[in-house]
Design a binder for this molecule. Sequence first.
Ligand SMILES: Nc1ncnc2c1ncn2[C@@H]1O[C@H](COP(=O)(O)OP(=O)(O)OP(=O)(O)O)[C@@H](O)[C@H]1O
Ligand SMILES: [Mg+2]
Length: 388
Amino acid sequence: MAATVLVVDDEETARMVISEFLRSKGYEVLEAGTLADARAVISKGVADIIILDVRLPDGYGPHLLTETSRLPLRPQVIIVTAHGEVSMAVEAMKNGAQDFMEKPIDLLELEKSVNRAAEVIFMRRELAHFRSNKDNLDEFIVGDTPQMKHILELAGRASESSVSVLITGPTGTGKEVLAKYIHRNGPRAGKPFIDINCPAIQPTMFESELFGHEAGSFTGATNKRNGLMEIADGGILFLDEISSMPVDLQAKFLRALEERAFRRVGGTNLIRVDVQVIAASNRDLKEMIARHEFREDLYYRLKVVDLDLPPLAERRQDIPELVGYMIRKFNKRLGANILDVSPAAMQALIDYDWPGNIRELSNAIERAVVFCDEPTIDLNHLPKDITK
Ligand SMILES: Nc1ncnc2c1ncn2[C@@H]1O[C@H](COP(=O)(O)OP(=O)(O)OP(=O)(O)O)[C@@H](O)[C@H]1O
Ligand SMILES: [Mg+2]
């Protein structure tokens, strides 16, 4: 992407000469004849480099430096002074300008100066890109289907009001990834995200895991212990595969949610917490309710906001974006350098039914990145089931 230069000069011919010259060198150029016009362009954040005349009809050019230094990607400023005004230029450099030149402008000098400024801009862009990629190694790809956009909108509202969220959907559709995304992007980011994998907890220990216990409350409980709900205070408690929560505990958990308070096992003190609950399940909770394996009252308490993730086969148009993201991720993790996917391979990825949903797609891409020695993933790098 080319850098955008804003040329600020009240003399129209001077401005045009500079603009034409820079355009011929491949820069995008914007023009302003007054301080006010320049300000309007700068505030939009579109100028990477500013060539700034000192004397403008409505004020002193370097005054803009206070504004530009406040922008997140600070534009590079080149000051243009009349002959003999060097002291002004020096002053401007102290205030954050990067370079200066005297009129009449030598276009080759100007080109050098603008190229230097562009290098700084490109380096910053690279760094910003690198940083954001690194932070988002485990991104949640929303894609382009209306259903997914709606889910994200609901999730946003749920985090603002801290109401309970129930995420459902078949295996591998991204329930856990979505829960983490809600945490990262909501007002509780920076507060705890406590992830409880319900099937992994022994049913007899569940209550004490969740609410904690007092010393001596049962055999083996030698010390007092805080429960996960207490540890999650201020943040989010994520109950993954909540269908595995023992039915007798479900009633106690429901009460804790309603009262925003609970007692430790063997304790009498009421402990108040501010916790947002996100629960996930790939089992059909309604069916479980019919069989009395899941409490209906808890179900309705949890699904204040109900996010039902679609199978991947219902959002095939998002496959190219998901694949692009996964290639970037696995390139970085595995030190590979895959650049793209052949049209035939992409078509196969789009046509396949993906019973394991996004997890299966992710595994297929990881495998392809491992097996592919060329820059392009082709049909022969994909699992046989997919290319059949
Ligand atoms: N929207 C998404 N964007 C990017 N990657 C995703 C997305 N959804 C899922 N994945 C990938 O798929 C994998 C499985 O997702 P996740 O663990 O969230 O599925 P799940 O719905 O919780 O499945 P299960 O019901 O089996 O627990 C993730 O580790 C991630 O690699
Ligand atoms: Mg999961």
